[in-house]
Design a protein around this ligand. Structure first.
Ligand code: AMP
Length: 480
C-alpha cells in the first residue's frame, strides 16, 4: 500500500467558535447544519484554555456525538469538522480534526480542500523522519507547522501554509486561539459570524457556510477573504494576509451542487444562483413539453427556474427517500438489484402520457441519470427530455470536489449526442459555460471552472500523474 492509494478528495465542512461557554454544543449544531458537506466522519476539539479534549468518530454528526461525548468537550473554544464519504478511504485515522502535541503545545486542525503538492511534501517529510498516521493531505500541514523554525505559533503556521499549493480552507486551534484560513485562490468558502454573549464579550464564529450561522443564531459579519488568516484570542480578532497575492478562483461547483441552497457564499445566495441557472437553461435550450420535474434534491432550484422561464408547470415527479444512509445494505441474493429505486420513486399518475422535462444540476458518470430516464419512461412518460443546469463535466477536480477519474466522466469521452443515446433520453441539453457565468458575479477575481474546461488555475501537470494514479487505484477499489 502506498501512502497515497486512498488519496482523499476532501469535500468537507469546518466550523469554529471562540468565547462561548458552550462552544462544543454550538459546534455540534454548526456541524449538523453542514452535514451535506461530509457524512463519513465528524469530530470536535474543545478547550477551556488549559485542557484540550477531542472526540471524533465515523458517521453522521448525530450518531457520533452522544450526550456523554459532548459533555466531555468543555470550554469556550471549539472547532469541528465533517468529512465526506468516498469509496475505499473510510477510516477513523483519517477523521478530523487532527490533534497533536508538539514543542509549542497543542494544535488541532480541520481541512477542507485538496493540496496538489501533498505527495511531494509528504515524501520530503518522510525522508527526514516524519511519521504519518493518516493518508490525508491535512496531516502534512501539522508536520510543517511542527518543523517550522519560527518561534511563535502564528509565524509557524504562516511559514507552513506558504509551502502549500492547492485548495485549503482550514480551521485550527491551540489551547487559547482560534484560527481560520482560506488559501489565496479561495477555492472553498469560509464565513465569519458573531454572537453577543450574555456576559458582554464578542463570540466569534467561523463556518464553511452561512447556514451554520443561521442555526446557532449568529450574525453573518463577512466572508473570510481569499488569502486571509483570522486569529481570535483573548485580545479579540485580528486578520492578516500572509500569502503572496493571487487572483481568486472560487469553486463554481459550490454554487451548482455542493453548498446548501440557503447559504450565502462567494457574495451571493446559493439558491438564487441555482434558480437562475435554470432560467438560463430554459432560455438556451427550450423544449416543447407538458411538465417540468426536478431530480430531487440536486435539481430542485434549477427546475423551479426552468419552469418559471418556460411557463411549463412544475410537478413533483420523483419522490425521494431522505433516509437512505450509508449503512443501507442491499439484499444480495435472490432479490433483484434495486439501484436508484431505493432513493427515488416516480409519481406515475403525473408522468403517464406526458412529455417530461427532467432537470438536474449535473451529470458525472451518467449512471444515475440513465436510471432516472428509464424510471420515468417505465412510469409511462411519452417523452423524456433531460436538461442539465451546468456544462458537461469533462475534467476531474484536484481542489476538493469528489469527481471520478477522467475516463469515468461520461462527457470526457462522449459527445452530447452520444451521452443522450447512452441515457436513452429524447433530448439532452446542458447549460453553456457562458450561460453559467452569466448567473454568477465574481468579486475581484473569477471562478474556477476547470471541471468544465480543463483549465486549472494552479498548474496540475506536475502532480497530475500522481493524482491519476491515486484516482485509478481508488476507482479500481470501488469497482472491486
Ligand atoms: P450520474 O448520472 O451518475 O452522473 O449522477 C448525476 C448525479 O450526481 C446528479 O444528480 C448530481 O447532482 C450528482 N452529483 C454531482 N456531483 C456530485 C458529487 N461530487 N458527489 C455526489 N454526487 C454528485
Amino acid at each position: 500500500m502506498t501512502p497515497f492509494d486512498d488519496h482523499p478528495h476532501e469535500e468537507c465542512a469546518v466550523f469554529g467558535i471562540y468565547g462561548h461557554p458552550e462552544a462544543a454544543n454550538l459546534t455540534y449544531l454548526g456541524l449538523y447544519a453542514l452535514q451535506h458537506r461530509g457524512q463519513e466522519s465528524s469530530g470536535i476539539v474543545a478547550s477551556d484554555g488549559e485542557r484540550v479534549h477531542s472526540e471524533v468518530g465515523m458517521g453522521h454528526v448525530a450518531d457520533v456525538f452522544t450526550e456523554a461525548r459532548l459533555d466531555k468537550l468543555k470550554g469556550h473554544l471549539a472547532i469541528g469538522h465533517n468529512r465526506y464519504s468516498t469509496a475505499g478511504q473510510s477510516h477513523i485515522t483519517n477523521a478530523q480534526p487532527f490533534m497533536v502535541t508538539y514543542s509549542r503545545g497543542i494544535m488541532a486542525l480541520g481541512h477542507n480542500g485538496n493540496l496538489v503538492n501533498a505527495g511531494d511534501l509528504r515524501r520530503e517529510l518522510e525522508a527526514t523522519g516524519s511519521i504519518f498516521r493518516s493518508t490525508t493531505d491535512s496531516e502534512v500541514i501539522l508536520h510543517l507547522v511542527a518543523r517550522s523554525l519560527e518561534q511563535e505559533t502564528e509565524g509557524a503556521i504562516v511559514d507552513a501554509l506558504n509551502r502549500l499549493e492547492g485548495a485549503f480552507t482550514l480551521i485550527m486551534m491551540t489551547r487559547d486561539k482560534l484560527i481560520g484560513v482560506r488559501d489565496p485562490y479561495g477555492f472553498r468558502p469560509l464565513v465569519l459570524g458573531r454572537m453577543g454573549e450574555p456576559g458582554g464579550g464578542t463570540i466569534w464564529v467561523l463556518a464553511s457556510e452561512t447556514c451554520a450561522l443561521d442555526l446557532i443564531e449568529a450574525t453573518f459579519v463577512r466572508e473570510v477573504a481569499p488569502g486571509e488568516m483570522i486569529v481570535v484570542d483573548e485580545e479579540g480578532l485580528h486578520s492578516l494576509f500572509p500569502f503572496p497575492p493571487a487572483t481568486p478562483t472560487q469553486c463554481i461547483f459550490e454554487f451548482i451542487y455542493f453548498a446548501r441552497p440557503d447559504s450565502y457564499i462567494f457574495g451571493e445566495n446559493v439558491y438564487t444562483v441555482r434558480r437562475q441557472l435554470g432560467v438560463e437553461l430554459a432560455r438556451e435550450n427550450p423544449v416543447e413539453a407538458d411538465i417540468v420535474i426536478p431530480v430531487p434534491d440536486s435539481g430542485l432550484a434549477a427546475a423551479l427556474g426552468f419552469s418559471a422561464e418556460s411557463g411549463l408547470p412544475l410537478e413533483w415527479g420523483l419522490v425521494r427517500n431522505h433516509y437512505v444512509g450509508r449503512t443501507f445494505i442491499e439484499p444480495q441474493q435472490s432479490i433483484r438489484h434495486f439501484g436508484v429505486k431505493v432513493k427515488l420513486n416516480p409519481m406515475r399518475a403525473y408522468l403517464e402520457g406526458k412529455r417530461v422535462v427532467v432537470v438536474d444540476d449535473s451529470i458525472v458518470r451518467g449512471t444515475t441519470s440513465r436510471k432516472i430516464v428509464e424510471m420515468i419512461r417505465k412510469a409511462g412518460a411519452a417523452e423524456v427530455h433531460m436538461r442539465i443546469s451546468s456544462p458537461p463535466i469533462t475534467h476531474p477536480c484536484f481542489f476538493g470536489i469528489d469527481m471520478p477519474t477522467r475516463k469515468e466522466l461520461i462527457a470526457s469521452a462522449k459527445s452530447v449526442e452520444e451521452t443522450r443515446l447512452h441515457l436513452n433520453a429524447d433530448s439532452l441539453a446542458y447549460l453553456s459555460l457562458e450561460g453559467l457565468l452569466r448567473c454568477v458575479h465574481p468579486r475581484g477575481g473569477e471562478f474556477c471552472t476547470a471541471c468544465f474546461t480543463g483549465s486549472y488555475p494552479i498548474p496540475v501537470h506536475r502532480v497530475e500523474p500522481q493524482l491519476w494514479l491515486f484516482q485509478e487505484l481508488k476507482a479500481s477499489e470501488h469497482r472491486a
